[in-house]
Design a protein around this ligand. Structure first.
Ligand code: 13P
Length: 236
């Protein structure tokens, strides 16, 4: 399973190092078999030396090596830390920062060429969910425009916008129905994200076509996150 944590705008350099130390200890001691991904803020990046099961990635980057893009980071800055994993298309980038599908696709193409592991996010807002499953699938499919689904280093995270940071988790039935329909198009591992917590991790990971979770809020506490990894380890 893939167990991923998106720190968003949380944690400092110091607290990220502390977090990763505890996480490394847990993963090593428990002999965990999960593929763990951590996306800290850009200010906390470092050439981390971690066990191969723990990968660190960037939450965002501009699709250039370097240049005049104030406030952004590019390939040169990521390469300094030897990182090869990126999150693209997160709903907060799309809906809060106004990132278009065109820009998401440009980022995808650029980092695909660089051979990055890409965790590509999609998900519908509440008004689309309320229209029913056909609208949900159409909306999510539109977020796949310009994305090479045959890319071998792709992971797709389905994160309904209305379930992110709201405490409102999609029901297992909603997740299963959506993932099953997305699976017809997407052969890459499929994650679910949106108010995943230790107490719903098991039922979400047991859903057919769910290959892991992308966790925000509940993962910012390292003990909580380790608990979720442990739940994945204990699945039959
Ligand atoms: P929450 O777990 O806080 O709902 O966030 C999910 C998410 O956006 C992960 O990328």
């Amino acid at each position: 399973m893939i167990i991923a944590s998106n720190f968003k705008t949380n944690h400092t350099r110091k607290s990220t190092l502390k977090y990763l130390k505890k996480l490394e200890h847990f993963v090593t001691q428990s002999g965990s078999k999960q593929d763990v991904y951590i996306f800290p803020p850009a200010t906390a990046l470092d050439p981390f030396s971690l066990p191969p099961r723990i990968k660190v990635g960037v939450q965002n980057a501009y699709p250039v090596e370097k240049g005049s893009f104030t406030g952004e980071i590019g390939l040169e800055q990521i390469n300094e830390f030897g990182l090869k994993t990126i999150l693209i298309g997160h709903s907060e980038r799309r809906h809060v920062m106004g990132e278009t599908q065109k820009l998401c696709a440009q980022k995808f193409e650029y980092f695909q060429e660089q051979g990055f592991k890409i965790v590509y996010c999609l998900g519908e807002p509440l008004e689309i969910r309320e229209e029913g499953i056909d609208s949900v699938i159409d909306y999510n499919h539109a977020q796949l425009e310009g994305i090479d689904l045959s890319y071998e280093n792709l992971i797709v995270a389905y994160e309904p916008v209305w379930a992110i940071g709201t405490g409102l988790t999609a029901t297992p039935q909603q997740i299963e129905e959506t993932l099953t329909k997305l699976r017809q198009k997407i052969k890459a591992p499929l994650l679910y994200g949106g108010s995943v917590k230790a107490n719903n991790t098991k039922e979400i990971l047991e859903i057919e076509n769910c290959d892991g979770i992308l966790v925000g809020t509940a993962s910012w506490d390292v003990d909580n996150f380790c608990q979720m990894i442990e739940i994945a380890d204990n699945l039959a």
